[in-house]
Ligand binder design. Sequence first.
Ligand SMILES: Nc1ncnc2c1ncn2[C@@H]1O[C@H](COP(=O)(O)OP(=O)(O)OP(=O)(O)O)[C@@H](O)[C@H]1O
Ligand SMILES: [Mg+2]
Length: 539
Amino acid sequence: MKGRIIGISGPTVTVDIPDLKLYDRVRLGLERLQGEVVHLSSGRAMVQVYEDTRGLALGEPAEGMGRPLSAQLGPGLLTGIFDGLQRPLSRMAAVHGPFIRPGKLLSPLAMDQSWQFTPAPQIGDTVTAGEVLGTISEGSHQHPVHAAAAGTLTMIASGLVVLKEPIALLAGDIKLYAHEEWPIRQPRPYRQKLAPTAPLITGQRIIDFLFPLAKGGTAILPGGFGTGKTILEQAIAKFADVDVVVYAGCGERGNEMAEMLEEFGELADPWSGQRLMDRTILVANTSNMPVAAREASIYTAVTMAEYYRDMGCHVLLLADSISRWAEALREISSAMEEMPGEEGYPTYLASRLAGFFSRAGVVETMNGRIGSLSIILSVSPPGGDFTEPATQACLRTSGAFLMLDTALAHRRHFPAINWFQSFSLYDADMGSYFEKEVSPAWNRNRRKCQALLQRDEKLREVAAIVGADGLQDSDHLLLAVAERIRQDFLCQNSYSADAFSTPELTAEKINTIISWGEAAEKRLTDGEELADILSKDKP
Ligand SMILES: Nc1ncnc2c1ncn2[C@@H]1O[C@H](COP(=O)(O)OP(=O)(O)OP(=O)(O)O)[C@@H](O)[C@H]1O
Ligand SMILES: [Mg+2]
């Protein structure tokens, strides 16, 4: 399938290759840039190019690859750092130098690395397509190797294997490999979706206690400039109680990703004690990388996440930030001269986002295991305006909304999650879980805490009008308790030992503050002086 370039408009290129299909991969020009078909009309196709199109000229050759943009899946993805097209950045740097040169490709998985393979069937056995040929161990993960075709086994490897060699042969010299390719825009199949029942513990007290997340659930972290989105996403990536974390740096600063890579190489996972990087996959499409690849990067990331989910793992996908992804979509859509919707975003922005969110969930996998994929996205609305289309589209489909507040960030109250505006649809189910598994007082203290924070807000409004002297002693006491909750419980400095709090510690901490408040209230009604109560026995 060969043809020529007949039009170029920014990151989109028109080609005259016949027989292309939507989302087919295309290589363009003398440098063989990578692209994907996004629009078809008779005799011509529009291609979204993932690399810089500068220098590309009309009449240069174009070739359809006959298959859609796919991710390579197999052992060795963990600890990897990839770009939006799943090019392995560290190995690319070793082979091609520190800059990604146009058209350069390298297999995402290290094809020469040896892995331990334990075969299931024997030579002479008949296997069906999709049947498990055996497993490869990657740390504590067992990768099932599926047969891509049916037939009679004439060879099956055992012990140390490398991915570039066939792992088995079928009669007729059909080669079977231990890795597979999966089209990134197509969700991987599962038997059935189940309701989320277990919490996704983040180690952030305000989230776990007030706005709990669920394994298999979705959440967004919208916040204006400098409100702590990146720090919070990275804190969750460090502390979440999951087996695998896929972190997509989408159009944000490159140095933040570099620091994260360095830090994750040294820190230990608080749950397993292993190196954090050993459970992490990074997808970097930072602000200095081509825009169109940023659009693909979240799909590359979610496909790798689904692959580990299918092994029965609990996987967390974080992306920072989805607004930069939406901007990439807008740029491509306008280059294609599509009819713009609200604020220039394409009219399908909301349905694309909903489709992406729907890849989260708890599932029974095709081989009967239970795995989960949770998605947390940060949103950076321009000017902190939450009514803009990308934030609104996310809001409609996500299960939790953790709003980062500029005023709190200015006061250095971090994480700057606003406790009045945020919500979690998982709170009732997860509250029952924590009440049963962690502390019987969990829900009672939660209600009490919410009531105190609400009353605190009202009293501070009143005090601002009538002055603090106009308040009663009981009001002053409530303000003191609420302040303890805000300062000692809701604030959590990411650069201190307090950065991570287990649910047990969270329950204990809030219980200490609330019990102190209740005891102090009683002493006040018993006639003790407020000043005495406040100066003594503070928790
Ligand atoms: N949990 C935290 N503990 C301590 N400091 C924090 C915390 N969260 C954020 N900060 C402070 O706020 C600053 C900005 O945070 P961050 O870079 O995460 O914001 P952002 O919302 O990602 O910003 P941008 O919109 O520019 O991407 C950090 O450099 C840090 O000083
Ligand atoms: Mg940021």
